[in-house]
Design a protein around this ligand. Sequence first.
Ligand code: CUA
Length: 313
Amino acid sequence: MDSTGTLFMPPGRSTIAGEVDTLFYFIFYTSVVFFAIVVFGITFFSIRYRRQRKAGLTSGLAHNTKLEILWSVIPTILVVIVFFWGFKVFIKMHVPPKDAIEIKVTGQKWFWTFVYPNGSNSLNELVVPVGKPVKLLMSSRDVIHSFFVPDFRIKMDVLPNRYTVTWFEATDPGIYNLFCTEYCGKGHSEMLGKVKVLPEREYQAWLESGSGGGEGKTPEEFGAELYVSKACVTCHSVDGTLLVGPSFKGIFGHVTQLEDGEAMVDENYLRESILNPQAKIVAGFEPVMPTYQGVLNDRQLDALIAYIKSLKE
Ligand code: CUA
Protein backbone atom coordinates (compact mmCIF):
# COMPACT_ATOMS: atom_id res chain seq x y z
CA MET A 1 0.00 0.00 0.00
CA ASP A 2 1.24 3.46 -0.74
CA SER A 3 0.58 6.74 0.97
CA THR A 4 -2.96 7.32 -0.25
CA GLY A 5 -5.58 7.52 2.45
CA THR A 6 -8.49 5.13 2.70
CA LEU A 7 -11.79 4.85 4.52
CA PHE A 8 -9.90 3.46 7.52
CA MET A 9 -6.75 5.55 7.77
CA PRO A 10 -5.28 8.85 6.57
CA PRO A 11 -2.32 8.67 4.14
CA GLY A 12 0.70 6.98 5.71
CA ARG A 13 3.48 9.40 6.66
CA SER A 14 6.09 7.21 8.30
CA THR A 15 8.46 4.50 7.13
CA ILE A 16 6.48 1.78 8.92
CA ALA A 17 3.05 2.86 7.62
CA GLY A 18 3.27 0.83 4.39
CA GLU A 19 4.02 -2.42 6.20
CA VAL A 20 1.26 -1.89 8.74
CA ASP A 21 -1.24 -1.16 5.99
CA THR A 22 -0.24 -4.17 3.88
CA LEU A 23 -0.75 -6.49 6.85
CA PHE A 24 -4.00 -4.74 7.78
CA TYR A 25 -5.44 -5.12 4.29
CA PHE A 26 -4.29 -8.74 4.07
CA ILE A 27 -6.32 -9.48 7.22
CA PHE A 28 -9.16 -7.27 6.04
CA TYR A 29 -9.58 -8.78 2.59
CA THR A 30 -9.10 -12.34 3.88
CA SER A 31 -11.94 -11.64 6.32
CA VAL A 32 -14.08 -10.21 3.52
CA VAL A 33 -13.57 -13.35 1.42
CA PHE A 34 -14.47 -15.67 4.31
CA PHE A 35 -17.41 -13.49 5.28
CA ALA A 36 -18.75 -13.81 1.74
CA ILE A 37 -18.22 -17.59 1.71
CA VAL A 38 -19.98 -18.02 5.07
CA VAL A 39 -22.93 -15.78 4.18
CA PHE A 40 -23.28 -17.44 0.80
CA GLY A 41 -23.11 -20.89 2.45
CA ILE A 42 -25.76 -20.05 5.05
CA THR A 43 -28.09 -18.64 2.41
CA PHE A 44 -27.52 -21.48 -0.05
CA PHE A 45 -27.96 -24.28 2.48
CA SER A 46 -30.99 -22.78 4.15
CA ILE A 47 -32.78 -22.57 0.81
CA ARG A 48 -31.47 -25.82 -0.69
CA TYR A 49 -32.19 -27.90 2.42
CA ARG A 50 -35.21 -26.09 3.81
CA ARG A 51 -38.07 -28.30 5.11
CA GLN A 52 -40.05 -29.39 2.05
CA ARG A 53 -43.80 -29.85 2.30
CA LYS A 54 -43.91 -33.63 2.06
CA ALA A 55 -40.39 -34.69 1.19
CA GLY A 56 -39.40 -35.33 4.80
CA LEU A 57 -35.81 -35.18 6.08
CA THR A 58 -32.51 -35.20 4.21
CA SER A 59 -30.35 -38.31 4.45
CA GLY A 60 -28.51 -38.65 7.78
CA LEU A 61 -25.20 -37.16 6.66
CA ALA A 62 -22.86 -37.30 9.69
CA HIS A 63 -19.53 -35.90 8.47
CA ASN A 64 -17.18 -35.38 5.58
CA THR A 65 -13.54 -35.97 6.42
CA LYS A 66 -12.12 -34.20 3.41
CA LEU A 67 -14.16 -31.03 4.05
CA GLU A 68 -13.39 -31.03 7.77
CA ILE A 69 -9.66 -31.26 7.15
CA LEU A 70 -9.88 -28.45 4.62
CA TRP A 71 -11.76 -26.06 6.86
CA SER A 72 -9.37 -26.75 9.72
CA VAL A 73 -6.09 -26.65 7.83
CA ILE A 74 -6.70 -23.56 5.64
CA PRO A 75 -7.67 -21.21 8.50
CA THR A 76 -4.81 -22.59 10.60
CA ILE A 77 -2.30 -21.79 7.87
CA LEU A 78 -3.77 -18.28 7.50
CA VAL A 79 -3.62 -17.65 11.25
CA VAL A 80 0.00 -18.82 11.41
CA ILE A 81 0.92 -16.54 8.50
CA VAL A 82 -0.75 -13.57 10.19
CA PHE A 83 0.99 -14.37 13.47
CA PHE A 84 4.54 -14.52 12.09
CA TRP A 85 3.97 -11.59 9.73
CA GLY A 86 2.45 -9.53 12.54
CA PHE A 87 5.23 -10.51 14.95
CA LYS A 88 7.88 -9.38 12.48
CA VAL A 89 6.24 -5.96 12.02
CA PHE A 90 5.56 -5.67 15.77
CA ILE A 91 9.24 -6.21 16.60
CA LYS A 92 10.27 -3.72 13.94
CA MET A 93 7.89 -1.14 15.41
CA HIS A 94 9.21 -1.61 18.93
CA VAL A 95 12.97 -1.76 18.47
CA PRO A 96 14.23 1.74 17.62
CA PRO A 97 17.34 2.10 15.43
CA LYS A 98 20.51 2.86 17.44
CA ASP A 99 20.94 6.34 15.95
CA ALA A 100 17.39 7.46 16.84
CA ILE A 101 16.85 10.84 18.48
CA GLU A 102 15.45 10.18 21.95
CA ILE A 103 12.57 12.34 23.14
CA LYS A 104 11.00 11.94 26.57
CA VAL A 105 7.21 11.94 26.49
CA THR A 106 5.13 12.48 29.60
CA GLY A 107 1.39 12.01 29.60
CA GLN A 108 -0.71 13.46 32.37
CA LYS A 109 -4.23 14.66 32.90
CA TRP A 110 -4.71 16.11 30.27
CA PHE A 111 -1.75 17.04 28.18
CA TRP A 112 1.53 15.82 26.74
CA THR A 113 4.99 17.15 27.59
CA PHE A 114 7.99 16.52 25.33
CA VAL A 115 11.59 16.94 26.48
CA TYR A 116 14.27 17.06 23.79
CA PRO A 117 17.91 15.90 23.93
CA ASN A 118 19.15 19.47 24.52
CA GLY A 119 16.80 19.97 27.47
CA SER A 120 14.22 22.21 25.83
CA ASN A 121 10.61 21.17 26.09
CA SER A 122 7.26 21.64 24.44
CA LEU A 123 3.66 20.98 25.37
CA ASN A 124 1.13 19.20 23.21
CA GLU A 125 3.31 19.76 20.16
CA LEU A 126 5.98 17.23 19.35
CA VAL A 127 8.54 18.75 16.98
CA VAL A 128 10.70 16.33 14.99
CA PRO A 129 12.92 16.36 11.90
CA VAL A 130 11.82 14.63 8.71
CA GLY A 131 13.68 11.48 7.61
CA LYS A 132 15.28 10.78 10.99
CA PRO A 133 14.28 7.97 13.35
CA VAL A 134 12.78 9.31 16.57
CA LYS A 135 12.55 7.18 19.69
CA LEU A 136 9.88 8.09 22.22
CA LEU A 137 10.56 7.15 25.82
CA MET A 138 7.18 7.49 27.47
CA SER A 139 5.68 7.48 30.94
CA SER A 140 2.69 8.89 32.76
CA ARG A 141 2.40 11.02 35.88
CA ASP A 142 -1.02 9.67 36.81
CA VAL A 143 -3.24 7.18 34.98
CA ILE A 144 -2.81 5.19 31.76
CA HIS A 145 -2.83 7.26 28.59
CA SER A 146 -2.11 6.11 25.06
CA PHE A 147 -0.07 7.84 22.38
CA PHE A 148 -1.59 7.55 18.90
CA VAL A 149 -0.55 9.23 15.66
CA PRO A 150 -2.78 7.80 12.91
CA ASP A 151 -0.65 9.20 10.05
CA PHE A 152 2.39 7.32 11.41
CA ARG A 153 0.42 4.16 12.33
CA ILE A 154 1.97 4.15 15.80
CA LYS A 155 0.06 3.68 19.02
CA MET A 156 1.47 2.83 22.42
CA ASP A 157 0.13 2.84 25.96
CA VAL A 158 1.74 5.34 28.34
CA LEU A 159 1.91 3.98 31.87
CA PRO A 160 2.66 5.35 35.33
CA ASN A 161 5.74 3.87 37.06
CA ARG A 162 7.13 2.31 33.93
CA TYR A 163 8.62 3.37 30.60
CA THR A 164 7.21 2.28 27.29
CA VAL A 165 8.96 2.85 23.98
CA THR A 166 7.89 3.40 20.42
CA TRP A 167 9.57 5.02 17.44
CA PHE A 168 8.89 6.36 14.00
CA GLU A 169 10.58 8.03 11.07
CA ALA A 170 8.41 10.68 9.44
CA THR A 171 8.57 10.75 5.66
CA ASP A 172 6.94 14.13 4.94
CA PRO A 173 7.07 17.54 6.61
CA GLY A 174 3.71 18.63 7.93
CA ILE A 175 1.50 18.80 10.98
CA TYR A 176 -0.20 15.62 12.14
CA ASN A 177 -2.78 14.87 14.80
CA LEU A 178 -1.87 13.21 18.07
CA PHE A 179 -4.59 11.58 20.16
CA CYS A 180 -4.84 10.06 23.60
CA THR A 181 -6.54 6.72 23.01
CA GLU A 182 -6.99 5.48 26.56
CA TYR A 183 -9.93 6.83 28.51
CA CYS A 184 -8.24 8.87 31.23
CA GLY A 185 -11.00 10.88 32.87
CA LYS A 186 -13.01 14.04 32.33
CA GLY A 187 -10.53 15.72 29.98
CA HIS A 188 -9.69 12.65 27.84
CA SER A 189 -11.35 14.02 24.71
CA GLU A 190 -9.40 17.27 25.14
CA MET A 191 -6.05 15.48 25.36
CA LEU A 192 -5.11 16.36 21.82
CA GLY A 193 -1.79 17.32 20.36
CA LYS A 194 0.12 17.80 17.15
CA VAL A 195 3.26 16.34 15.68
CA LYS A 196 5.13 18.95 13.70
CA VAL A 197 7.56 17.46 11.20
CA LEU A 198 10.17 19.98 10.03
CA PRO A 199 13.06 19.82 7.57
CA GLU A 200 16.26 18.98 9.48
CA ARG A 201 17.63 22.55 9.41
CA GLU A 202 14.40 24.12 10.69
CA TYR A 203 14.24 21.49 13.43
CA GLN A 204 17.76 22.40 14.58
CA ALA A 205 16.87 26.10 14.52
CA TRP A 206 13.73 25.41 16.53
CA LEU A 207 15.73 23.41 19.09
CA GLU A 208 18.30 26.16 19.47
CA SER A 209 15.68 28.86 19.91
CA GLY A 210 14.96 27.06 23.19
CA SER A 211 11.26 26.99 22.30
CA GLY A 212 10.67 29.68 24.93
CA GLY A 213 8.88 31.96 22.47
CA GLY A 214 7.25 35.29 23.12
CA GLU A 215 9.75 37.52 21.32
CA GLY A 216 8.22 40.82 20.24
CA LYS A 217 5.04 40.30 22.22
CA THR A 218 3.66 42.04 25.28
CA PRO A 219 3.52 39.82 28.39
CA GLU A 220 -0.29 39.71 28.05
CA GLU A 221 -0.10 38.57 24.41
CA PHE A 222 2.57 36.00 25.19
CA GLY A 223 0.50 34.82 28.18
CA ALA A 224 -2.60 34.43 26.01
CA GLU A 225 -0.56 32.27 23.65
CA LEU A 226 0.82 30.16 26.52
CA TYR A 227 -2.68 29.78 27.95
CA VAL A 228 -3.48 27.74 24.83
CA SER A 229 -0.12 26.13 24.02
CA LYS A 230 0.55 25.02 27.59
CA ALA A 231 -2.92 23.51 27.83
CA CYS A 232 -4.34 25.73 30.61
CA VAL A 233 -7.29 26.08 28.24
CA THR A 234 -8.22 22.44 28.82
CA CYS A 235 -9.37 23.10 32.39
CA HIS A 236 -9.70 26.88 32.84
CA SER A 237 -12.01 29.09 30.81
CA VAL A 238 -11.53 32.84 30.39
CA ASP A 239 -15.24 33.64 29.98
CA GLY A 240 -16.53 32.48 33.35
CA THR A 241 -17.54 28.97 32.24
CA LEU A 242 -16.76 26.38 34.89
CA LEU A 243 -14.63 23.52 33.55
CA VAL A 244 -12.45 21.14 35.56
CA GLY A 245 -10.89 24.15 37.29
CA PRO A 246 -12.03 27.66 38.18
CA SER A 247 -12.40 30.19 35.35
CA PHE A 248 -9.68 32.86 35.08
CA LYS A 249 -12.20 35.58 34.35
CA GLY A 250 -12.05 38.36 36.90
CA ILE A 251 -10.31 36.33 39.61
CA PHE A 252 -7.32 38.63 39.99
CA GLY A 253 -7.50 41.03 42.90
CA HIS A 254 -10.45 39.26 44.49
CA VAL A 255 -10.75 37.01 47.51
CA THR A 256 -11.47 33.39 46.62
CA GLN A 257 -13.12 30.77 48.81
CA LEU A 258 -10.81 27.80 49.51
CA GLU A 259 -11.61 24.34 50.85
CA ASP A 260 -10.19 25.60 54.14
CA GLY A 261 -10.45 29.35 54.52
CA GLU A 262 -9.98 31.98 51.86
CA ALA A 263 -7.16 33.60 49.90
CA MET A 264 -6.41 36.80 48.02
CA VAL A 265 -5.70 36.11 44.35
CA ASP A 266 -2.54 38.11 43.70
CA GLU A 267 0.67 37.43 41.77
CA ASN A 268 2.08 35.15 44.46
CA TYR A 269 -1.16 33.19 44.76
CA LEU A 270 -1.14 32.57 40.99
CA ARG A 271 2.53 31.62 40.95
CA GLU A 272 2.03 29.16 43.78
CA SER A 273 -1.07 27.71 42.16
CA ILE A 274 0.80 27.09 38.91
CA LEU A 275 3.92 25.57 40.48
CA ASN A 276 2.34 23.88 43.50
CA PRO A 277 -1.32 23.42 42.61
CA GLN A 278 -2.22 21.33 45.67
CA ALA A 279 -1.24 24.07 48.12
CA LYS A 280 -4.57 25.92 47.89
CA ILE A 281 -7.70 24.23 46.54
CA VAL A 282 -10.59 26.47 45.54
CA ALA A 283 -13.83 25.34 47.20
CA GLY A 284 -15.87 23.02 45.00
CA PHE A 285 -12.98 21.81 42.79
CA GLU A 286 -11.00 18.58 42.73
CA PRO A 287 -7.26 18.72 43.51
CA VAL A 288 -6.34 17.36 40.07
CA MET A 289 -4.07 20.02 38.59
CA PRO A 290 -0.53 18.86 37.76
CA THR A 291 2.48 20.99 38.63
CA TYR A 292 4.07 23.17 35.96
CA GLN A 293 7.39 23.12 37.80
CA GLY A 294 10.07 22.53 35.15
CA VAL A 295 7.56 23.08 32.34
CA LEU A 296 7.36 26.89 32.45
CA ASN A 297 10.36 29.15 32.82
CA ASP A 298 10.17 32.41 34.79
CA ARG A 299 9.48 34.59 31.76
CA GLN A 300 6.59 32.34 30.78
CA LEU A 301 5.22 32.38 34.33
CA ASP A 302 5.31 36.18 34.37
CA ALA A 303 3.49 36.29 31.04
CA LEU A 304 0.75 33.91 32.15
CA ILE A 305 0.20 35.88 35.33
CA ALA A 306 0.06 39.10 33.31
CA TYR A 307 -2.52 37.51 31.06
CA ILE A 308 -4.70 36.35 33.97
CA LYS A 309 -4.48 39.84 35.47
CA SER A 310 -5.78 41.28 32.22
CA LEU A 311 -8.97 39.16 32.32
CA LYS A 312 -11.21 41.64 34.08
CA GLU A 313 -14.85 40.99 34.80
CU1 CUA B 1 -5.05 10.72 28.32
CU2 CUA B 1 -7.09 9.80 27.48
